[in-house]
Design a protein around this ligand. Structure first.
Ligand SMILES: [Zn+2]
Length: 385
């Protein structure tokens, strides 16, 4: 996520703070200073920092549970609206998704009861109602707000944890795709309800409702796209008409090719038609700037390119794209190039995760074997808050 500051790494997951969150803290400080003086300003800011430590603990509830099921999380970002953990993928086994989703809210419940048991926090109903009041002790407020976080996240709508819990429970009986459709529909009704309450009581709820509505729609779209791709071979979606470059070609030739075609990425193949790398527009610009127009394509290309065989299925391609996009840390644009080792003919396929769009494809015969490309839509994963 752009505009984020890395503040450290916890158990292999980078913890990042979005700039807007820092501005939010400054705003809290200034606003409390104006209304209550320096003491109030420090109190409110300390409360916010502790609150976001609880949000972070919630995220790590998801992260550590996901890790038990072999799902890594490259980073987690704190925003004024909460935390976003970028899980590499969401498991399709209902039990696993259920446990990962519920772990976050359970952490907040545990914190609330821990504060009651060990710090003497008082979970009075009046405190729950007046959580923003500075007259109530910080421990009481933290306990109350943790219970609120747990409850808010259990709203049964995507992208809340409650939406994932609901989908997982439905999936035990209905299967993943149907469960997602039902959960998304329920989530959209919940969004309508929230929006209506927002009209009556709090405009903030309207924004949350719009967000929830769109998230439900995109989750349903993503899952149906994946369901459609199930069992469909890569070969039927791959791009087979495209231009390749030779590793010994000069960068200025590559740039001419870039201008001549509508491709933005070029497989680099050796004289035997084998894929040796991938050269994108960004690589060309970098090479022109740093090495000059006489540099060779081989010096500028990306060589670490994951592969997929053309007989493998599109949903497998999706899985690789998700995993690799998390690893590369670039959600909106990344590419995987492949060589079909199993085919033994130097066949290669390229996967490209471009901007949102349905799968499309072309195919290109090289001297030996085939090189193809697949483009699929881009999507984000990860529970929010
Ligand atoms: Zn969560």
């Amino acid at each position: 996520m752009g505009w984020s500051v890395n503040i450290g790494t916890i158990a292999g997951t980078a913890v990042r703070i979005h700039v807007t969150f820092l501005l939010f803290l400054v705003w809290i400080f200034v606003a409390s200073y104006m209304s209550g003086g320096p003491q109030a300003a420090w109190n409110s800011t300390a409360f916010m920092v502790l609150l976001f430590a609880c949000v972070l603990a919630h995220e790590f509830g998801h992260i550590f549970t996901a890790r038990v099921f072999g799902v890594a999380t490259p980073d987690v970002t704190l925003l004024p609206i909460g935390g976003v953990a970028r899980l590499e993928r969401i498991p399709e086994k209902p039990q696993e998704e259920f446990l990962i989703a519920i772990a976050g809210p359970l952490i907040n419940v545990a914190i609330a009861f821990g504060l009651v048991a060990f710090a003497g926090a008082n979970l009075d109903a009046r405190h729950l109602a007046a959580v923003e009041s500075a007259r109530i002790s910080m421990v009481d407020r933290l306990a109350a707000v943790n219970l609120f976080l747990a409850a808010f996240n259990m709203i049964p709508a995507f992208p809340m944890d409650g939406g994932r819990v609901l989908r997982a429970l439905l999936a035990i009986r209905l299967g993943f795709v149907r469960a997602t459709e039902v959960a998304a529909t329920i989530g959209q009704w919940v969004a309508f309800g929230l929006g209506f309450l927002g009209l009556l009581y709090n405009p903030m709820l309207i924004f949350i409702a719009i967000f929830v509505y769109l998230a439900a729609a995109s989750e349903a779209r993503l899952v149906s796209l994946r369901a459609m791709s199930r069992g469909v071979p890569v070969s039927s979606a791959m791009v087979t008409q495209f231009v390749t470059l030779a590793p010994e070609a000069h960068i200025d030739e590559a740039v001419e090719t870039l201008l001549r075609t509508n491709q933005s990425e070029f497989p680099v193949v050796d004289s035997g038609g084998r894929l040796v790398g991938l050269l994108g527009r960004g690589d060309m610009i970098r090479a022109l700037k740093q090495l000059g127009p006489d540099a060779r394509v081989a010096e500028a290309m990306t060589t670490q390119v994951p592969t997929i065989g053309y007989r493998q299925t599109l949903d497998e391609a999706f899985r690789i794209l998700q995993t690799k996009s998390r690893q590369a840390g670039r959600a909106d644009h990344l590419r995987d190039v492949g060589r079909d080792a199993a085919g033994g003919r130097g066949d290669a396929e390229r996967l490209s995760l471009g901007p949102m769009g349905p799968p499309r494809g072309v195919s290109y015969p090289s001297p030996k074997g085939r090189v193809g490309a697949v483009q699929v839509g881009c999507f984000r994963l990860g529970p929010i808050l």
